[in-house]
Design a protein around this ligand. Sequence first.
Ligand code: HEC
Length: 732
Amino acid sequence: MHARRLADRMTRIRRLRPLGWVAFLVAVGGCGQSTGQAAAHGTAATDQGAGQWSTHGRDAGLTYFSPLSDIDTSNVHRLGFAWEYRLATNRGLEATPIVVNGVMYTSGPWGLVYALNAATGQEIWTFDPHNDTSRGRYACCDFVNRGVEIFKGRVYVASFDGRLFSLDGKTGRKIWETDTIVDRRLPYTSTGAPQVAGDVVVIGNAGGDVGTGAVRGYVSALDLETGHLRWRFYTVPACEATSQDVDQQRARETWPADCSLRAPGGGTVWDGLAYDEKLKLVYIGTGNAAPYYRRTKVKGRVYDDLYVSSIVALKASTGHVAWYYQTTPGDMWDYDATAKMVLADLTIHGRRRSVLMQAAKNGFFYVIDRRTGEVLSAKPYAEQNWALGMDKKFRPIPSPAVDYGDSPKLVVPSTAGAHTSAPMSFDRITGLVYIPVLEAQNILVNLETNPGALVKHLDGGFATAFVPFDDAYHKEDYTPILGPLPDVSPRPILRNVLRAWDPIAQRVVWEQETWRGLAVFPGGVMSTAANLVFQGNVDGRLTVLEASTGRLLKSIDTGSAIITAPMTYRINGIQYVAVMAGWGGSMMSMTFPKGSAPYSYQNIGRILAFRLDGSTETPKPEPRIESPITQPETVPPRDAVERGQKLFIVNCGRCHGQGPAINPDLTRPTFGSEHPQVFRSIVLNGALVTGGMGRFDDTLSRADVDDIYAYITDVRWQQFKAERLKTSPAQK
Ligand code: HEC
């Protein structure tokens, strides 16, 4: 029996996890784990106004811009480490902390909440929503959480399993909790930050990339005081066209009438929400249609599929549509319009306009009048090949060259989008928007017409396969699987750039390359009134650039990959810059590429704070240890390996890859799963369910799991032999 060994390992590793760790902290009296030299004692007085950072984007407009200017271009070289707080998680961190009245509030994976003394990093309280972790299986992209909302002394947060909480900001005590999931049989999860809008708090959910496309996106508006549902808005209509609701009726007409052809699905609101207090409008950004590839033409008619890939303005009091703009009608490329939206006032052609800005996944930057929904301009801020242009009403003219219904097509931007959830920043002084851009392309394959594409190297599932158009593309011969491939003449681009964008002229002012190689998400951006732009990177650097020119002024090596935006605040006259650091959050950031921080250091979640004349050394996490590859005990039968491979791609490949990664590399087990009975107890009986590894006994039989085990054993053999060859070539 290996149960003992498994149990030992599990206790060791579980201590890193939020649930166990919070329980541990409570047991020892909740003392914080902050280190460093910040010295503010007593009641820390955050400078009112300028010194605060009161929403995840700092202000109501979610600009990620601070008026603070104590740290400026002349002294930023003195920026050094102030304190760190460890989050006891090894998953992605995507929230930007809020600081109000000297207290830092933020969230980690699964929707755990942390309240810290913002001057010292000392923990004040933590809150654990105690998730149903079996829903971890529905994560398309890690168990992340994108932040809390603070309003009138209360903290609002969504748990991963889809409950919304109102907490007392002083104590972390729960005031109310409401389940926002309409059907728990479907792969709904919740990862976005809630948005207070008048006397309701609005929250969306995710799930449009998982399963068969049955998820219908929606947002729920709950009463701030009681948590009772006030209204719910569905972003895609119900199948039955019986609704009297004009908003739903309008949407229904944009989908095929016959649901057996294609039932409405997708449109999940998993990130961007915003609110205009004066207009009393809630803005929501909606995700892709599900499944991705659908014949947009049925009997010669093109279907738009409202309200997927759209920006929709809803009346905060009723949830009815005030206006909508669909960024990608008939989307089949995973072009969510969910990126965070910035609300600002711009002078365009001599007229002051209240606008909403979004750099959408589809590569276009939109400036929209947020009162009327009139699109003022829309220009590509990154390379794209899906739209030939825009008509007068800003409806994109789709290119036939990217319809991958019958044959694979090269599509730019990739399904990861040119810009997604990492915050962009609008600098009120330079007037520029700083966009963290991912330049990547991919080949999309319709698995209905090309079922053979569901093989190794192709990230399959959900009726569409993706071939990353990178260097591997040139090494692998995909022709036998995919047939003739599209023209590969454009050089593969695969890099991250920070692009300073003039939103009025709609053009690039400057840009800096921040990463080249394997597609990874660039870090979010913050700017300040002192002509500074701050950005974290996958390689662990926190960089500070001159906002007007892009000149690099300072770089701090943190040893942790950063995907969210830094933020800044002032307490007792000291300006701090803080950032959450920890890798994860999307399918492609599950692996740790060479050169990334988690490739060298453990991917421990941290909050890092900096100040002028802080320490010149920023502490780094402990080095990453790789489990050794061991010789498998059996040689699995060939037919089992082949069956297992297919089952693996469909059920497991989304989370488990090979090499160093956020999820275990199953060929280098750490939980004893090299033993078949342990493997079965994990996959069928949920032995690791608290760590987010769901049980699969509802969809997989014991024989299926044994086939998957056979496949993994086969890969282990190949790796074992390759490794042995490397260390002792003579034994060939
Ligand atoms: C949504 C993501 C996700 C999916 C899908 C998923 N897993 Fe996991 N798996 C995890 C996570 C997270 C862990 C680590 C759990 C922990 O730390 O306790 C894990 C751990 C494991 C382990 C333990 C590995 C070790 O080091 O010993 C095995 C075995 C495993 N998974 C098998 C599978 C198989 C087989 C499938 C498909 C049927 C699958 N997983 C699908 C997320 C996933």
